[in-house]
Design a protein around this ligand. Structure first.
Ligand code: AMP
Ligand code: MG
Length: 352
């Protein structure tokens, strides 16, 4: 299949851009797939209400079909058709955070095929905060099922180049809307039981949700990596976000972390391995390795979140065999950063 690549500037959606979005909308309406930018990561979109589209999404990504897709909408009215009822909590959270990086789980109607929800009676819904995405949803008939636009198991794409790398030849179109703003996937909150529960941490933190709803719990399997419980969000059980090389997170006093990583890097280099290190602005000059990447200022968590998947992908591009990363604080958005980093490392952590 020939994959058409179009470039659209989110800040200037002119007539040519509108025509491209209409074309993309028609592709989705007729059962095809389009990769598009959102504010979190790039999405791989198909018609959420067409089971064949969802099957194609799983096939293009190589994603296990019991790992449900998020349905993207562009207005609140769209919910009526796809959920049995809109819980009060959902209205409040939508008021506060939509369009934005929050996905809500509700009870689905028959309009949503089980192929989209991985066999579940619930559906995950989000309204993305990106003009291209919102226009595309409208042009596609209102409901786009979209997981991240990467091959299953690889780090989520934050630039269109990585969608091209993973999906070229497998889908009809890729819309390049530049680098995404947030760089980590949405927070997922389950609203199908009395107590709202966070199933995946993201940019919208537990404290932000608590401020709106007064309460929220967090799925234990997110915080406790040794837990043998089954995560409530099916996707969380899979090894995700994995770079091709082997990643180890090193925790402890910073001087010791630097010494440990440099010792290990020297050993690995001796045996002919290419070594990469993920540090921060304050430490990057202290490492000796083939490639050292800074995720930015340690205090600036938004930048760290934004740079993480990009750094992991770049290590792949540079054919790095072994990687070490510093650890980050587990508060606020730091919880999402550490959740993704731990998954990328397959929970391989050294505590000094
Ligand atoms: P992705 O699209 O790759 O960001 O992944 C979407 C994730 O949302 C899935 O991997 C699931 O973990 C989660 N999810 C989607 N639908 C549901 C649902 N109905 N119930 C619980 N989790 C869900
Ligand atoms: Mg994903």
């Amino acid at each position: 299949m020939n994959t058409e690549l179009v470039v659209i500037d989110e800040k200037n959606i002119d007539d040519a851009a509108k025509a491209s979005i209409d074309k993309a909308g028609n592709i989705i309406k007729s059962g095809g797939l389009v990769a598009f930018p959102t504010e979190t990561v790039y999405g791989l979109g198909g018609d959420a209400l067409n089971k064949h589209s969802s099957e194609k999404i799983y096939a293009a990504k190589g994603r296990p079909s019991d790992n449900p897709l998020i349905v993207h909408v562009s207005d609140m009215d769209a919910l009526t058709k796809i959920v049995k009822e809109v819980p009060e909590a959902a209205k409040k959270l939508a008021d506060a955070f939509w369009p934005g990086p929050l996905t809500m789980i509700m009870n689905k109607t028959d309009a949503v095929p089980y192929e989209t929800t991985g066999g579940l009676d619930t559906v995950a819904i989000r309204m993305p905060n990106n003009k291209i995405a919102l226009e595309l949803i409208k042009a596609s008939g209102g409901y786009i099922a979209a997981p991240s636009a990467n091959t299953s198991g690889r780090p989520s794409p934050t630039v269109a180049r990585y969608c091209v790398e993973d999906l070229s030849g497998k889908i009809e179109m890729i819309i390049d809307g530049g680098q995404v703003g947030i760089g980590l996937e949405s927070t997922i909150v389950d609203l199908t039981s009395d107590e709202p529960m966070i199933l995946r941490p993201g940019y919208i933190t537990a404290d932000m949700i608590k401020e709106v709803l007064g309460k929220v719990s967090i799925d234990k399997t997110i915080i406790d990596s040794t837990s043998t419980l089954k995560p409530k969000a099916p996707g969380m059980k899979y090894k995700h976000y994995a770079p091709k090389g082997e990643l180890t997170i090193v925790q402890g006093p910073m001087e010791e972390v630097i010494k440990y990583i440099n010792d290990k890097a020297a050993c690995a280099k001796k045996s002919g391995k290419r070594v990469g290190v993920i540090g921060t602005d304050a430490t990057k000059d202290k490492y000796v390795a083939d490639i050292v990447k800074s995720l930015g200022d340690r205090e600036d968590e938004n930048t760290i979140a934004h740079e993480l998947f990009k750094a992991l992908r770049e290590f792949d591009d540079d054919k790095v065999d072994i990687m070490f990363s510093e650890s980050f604080d587990d508060n606020g958005i730091g919880q999402a950063i550490m959740n993704r980093l731990l998954k990328a490392a397959g929970h391989n952590v050294i505590v000094l």
